[in-house]
Design a protein around this ligand. Sequence first.
Ligand code: PMP
Length: 375
Amino acid sequence: MLTLSDLPLRDDLRGKEPYGAPQLAVDVALNVNENSHPVPPTVVDAVRRAVDAQLRGLNRYPDREFTRLRELLLTYVQDFSSRQSGDGSTPADFLTADWLWAANGSNEVLSHILQAFGGPGRTALGFVPSYSMHPLITQSTGARWIAVDRGEDFSLSAETAAAAVREHQPDVVFLCTPNNPTGGGLPAEVIEAVLHASTGIVIVDEAYAEFARPGYTTAVHLLRENPRLVVSRTMSKAFAFAGVRLGYAIAHPAVTDALRLVRLPYHLSALTQAAACAALEHTPVLLDNVEALIAERDRMVTALTELGFDVAETDANFVLFGGVSDTRLLWQRLLDAGVLIRDIGIPGHLRVNAGTTEETTAFIEAISVIVAAHP
Ligand code: PMP
């Protein structure tokens, strides 16, 4: 049997494991931080019409610069920033469509950034535990990954972050806020300290920004003064659009221009662009479930705390809980009860994402029964 080791694979890829969250057919899937709510019927109709309008024209390549999508993403980012400012100001009014970038999921956005600013002989630094794809994307471009540990409680101070950046002088820094898998957001001063200490690109991965508690601030307003900052976002979580694969970034037009050097021509299909544009035209309907998911997340936090677990602070649509004596066993027992959650490899910890009310109840009931039977 031919195996990987028989192939002329790049030396730096030997022994690496691909991303591998289990995809299992279960009743209650709460393992990959998706939005549990199906796309609402009005949006389904709009997407169907938009996709349908493209079908005869599929003999042609799509708009390489995804012009309309950029405009709609711009409007969303500006609205989100104004809502967050809380005082009616429009802190992102300096942005124009050429500050927007998009790709097939924010994973591809991150890959474009690392292809342009990472690569052989370069380094990227992140604060772990964090999103497992950051090192994989870094290494796939031939760059070296530098992992710096967060504190005991998974916090990250401005001093620790800036000191690590000054010591290693990486070409790229990853900050993830709210952080996957721990859940908490970063104070603005950490991002500012890293920007100050760094001479490279600073990526702020805000995949879960819409779920953050009051007080969280997006890094978008820092873009005006910081041309090496890239804020990355996705429609996979709050927008309930993971299946479409649409991620985006906001960065100085010189940075988005650099990304055009590495993207494959016509990387966003006409169908993807049409579906994403139709969805963005229905943003309020799509985001309607965000509040419900936040309520379910908070219900999980309360229930897990009452069961005696150590629950991490969360600004995301998921909860990390510690104090698990045997992670593999609890994970399996939940799976046997039809509930799939995630073992992300942090000793004593498991992660579960908020579901619909029924799914959240199923999880809470299942774990309560397990804890009662095996105290
Ligand atoms: N960033 C973070 C922090 C994530 O957790 C994820 C998805 N799990 C992504 C980026 C990638 O999401 P997508 O490619 O679906 O946009």
